[in-house]
Design a protein around this ligand. Structure first.
Ligand SMILES: Cc1cc2nc3c(=O)[nH]c(=O)nc-3n(C[C@H](O)[C@H](O)[C@H](O)COP(=O)(O)OP(=O)(O)OC[C@H]3O[C@@H](n4cnc5c(N)ncnc54)[C@H](O)[C@@H]3O)c2cc1C
Length: 291
């Protein structure tokens, strides 16, 4: 199928894009931002989305960067996932985000798809929103009222919905550098390599003298947004990092999930079982990496 007709705009600066978006919104035009197009273009072709206008951000070179800023890494929204995936800075300072990026789609998808687009799209099966929950990421948005920073736990609202206003553009995502000695892990189950996950888990873990001092765990592909497994985290904090405790915590985390989604490829109970198994395996992975 082909998309319905739309007006195409290709601003050359962020300021021009923000002004244009605000003007079209005020005029009541149904307008969509186009980034890498890896999710939006198929939606247009299937006519799941039928915007009257598209604002293409691909000319905005000012949103294509990866920078270190003290204990934070800052990535421009239009940075490709390929660039993030091969960045030596990200690989050295933020291994969870690095490893998550390798799991996103195929190389062709990562070449075209932007980092910002994945967060703005907020697919519940995407790796990035779960990583954002675990790392406490921040999102910078710019609109007619100016700039604001949104914390990860306020950014993702529900299925493919963020707290971005319709007249705002996501310009930057920021994540703290992984602390020295912190273990990390991400695992997922997908039908084919490169597919969106049926279910996945990511986490960070810190320990001291054999006891877990901090652990943050999130699951994706199971609920309308990525979700923190707080029951598993609570079962682990202050406890010895043992296989028995990992198994108990993984079971507690999976049991406490809201009813997981169900589809022809994976029932709700299968997804719950995946979360339990993946959590347990991730805990072992992260322990092996924690100093
Ligand atoms: C075969 C296939 C497999 C895939 N597998 C995975 C996977 O395993 N994991 C995964 O996470 N993703 C996967 N994806 C999705 C892919 O990662 C997309 O690149 C991503 O979802 C969207 O990024 P994009 O830059 O292409 O955004 P677009 O498709 O251009 O836009 C997506 C949405 O975000 C909005 N948007 C984009 N940028 C901004 C911005 N800066 N400000 C405000 N709104 C914005 C758009 O308006 C649109 O609603 C897959 C896609 C395909 C086709």
């Amino acid at each position: 199928m082909k998309s319905a007709a739309f007006n195409y705009h290709s601003p050359e600066t962020l300021a021009a894009a923000v002004t244009l978006l605000g003007t079209l919104e005020d005029e009541g035009v149904d307008v969509k931002i186009l980034a890498g197009g890896q999710s939006l273009i198929p939606m247009l072709a299937l006519r799941v989305a039928r915007p009257e206008a598209l604002i293409d951000l691909r000319g905005l070179k000012e949103l294509d960067y990866i920078r270190e800023d003290g204990h934070w890494l800052r990535i421009g929204a239009m940075t490709s996932k390929h660039a993030a995936g091969v960045s030596p800075l990200i690989e050295a300072k933020q291994r969870l985000f690095h490893d998550a990026t390798q799991l996103v789609g195929h190389r062709q998808i990562r070449n075209r798809g932007s980092v910002g687009g994945s967060f703005a799209h907020a697919d519940p099966a995407s790796e990035y929103p779960a990583v954002a929950q675990v790392l406490g990421m921040e999102f910078k948005a710019v609109g007619p009222e100016g700039e604001r920073v949104i914390a990860a736990d306020e950014f993702f609202v529900t299925y493919m919905t963020t707290s971005l206003e319709t007249n705002e553009i996501l310009t930057e995502v920021s994540m703290p550098v992984l602390p020295a000695g912190c273990g990390w892990a991400i695992r997922e189950e997908a039908r084919r390599n490169g597919d969106l996950a049926l279910a996945g888990v990511c986490l960070t873990l810190q320990k001291s003298a054999g006891n877990i001092t901090d652990v943050k765990i999130a699951a994706f592909g199971v609920n309308p947004t990525a979700v923190r497994l707080t029951a598993a985290e609570d079962a682990l904090k202050g406890q010895p990092a043992t296989a028995d405790n990992f198994a108990r915590a993984a079971a507690a985390g999976a049991a406490a999930l809201d009813e997981p989604m169900s589809c022809v490829h994976a029932s709700s109970e299968f997804r719950r079982a995946l979360v339990q198994t993946l959590t347990e395996r991730c805990l072992h992975d992260a322990l092996a990496r924690a100093a």
